[in-house]
Design a protein around this ligand. Sequence first.
Ligand code: PEP
Length: 259
Amino acid sequence: MNAGGQPANRTPLLAGNWKMHKTVAEARSFVARLLPQLPDRGAIEVGLCPPFLGLRAVAEAAAGSGVKLYAQNMHHAQEGAFTGEVSAPMLVEAGVDGVILGHSERRAYFGESDRELQLKVPAALQAGLMPILCVGETEEERDRGDTERRLRHQVQEDLHLVDSERLSEVVIAYEPVWAIGTGRVASTEQCDEAMSFIRALVGDRCKEQAELTRILYGGSVNAENAAELLALPDVDGALVGGASLDPYSFAAIAAAAVR
Ligand code: PEP
């Protein structure tokens, strides 16, 4: 155990979700400015999630740096008549290490369902990609006391087809929908409650795996508030949107994530 109470084998993870931002040229320039700012990456795992077209450029620009590469979505099938989609083997071929699944924007704007996620999460694992599964309640759900019900549904459904002994290979990002891109951050108490609830849900499947599972917080994390959130015992890192678009603020968050 370290000072924050985490077992040493839960390496903190910081992932920057660029969403639909940055051209290939901008992605290259970002990586060139980011790399000299990053803390010792033995202590923390740092990853970038560019749009599909930027994946190759980031892979090349970050080669040899230890910075990981994550996609923002994928289809569950290996190939097929799914116009506009990208499969796990295609991502692997492009040098991708992991994939965000179930981001609230994909759930809200593109109709991504828990049923689809139930297939996507094991498909990512099978291809050798680390899934970053996003879960979180809307403001209305929180207001009517349904936060735990929503989290239970998402965690149980989306992990249903993952073998119990592989659960800790899935990173779970707790992202309250009302905190994403709004500047409103979950309080440390809200965060603590949700994180330990999610860990307990994984623990219902396998206690050992739950202790090894990394759970991230996401929602308006920035260089100013990162240290307080990342110091919470059950918070194993962050999924960052807006503040990941600037290499200096992203590097400052990475420094705060080092334990
Ligand atoms: C996100 O998109 O996953 C996210 C957390 O965004 P932001 O940091 O901008 O709230």
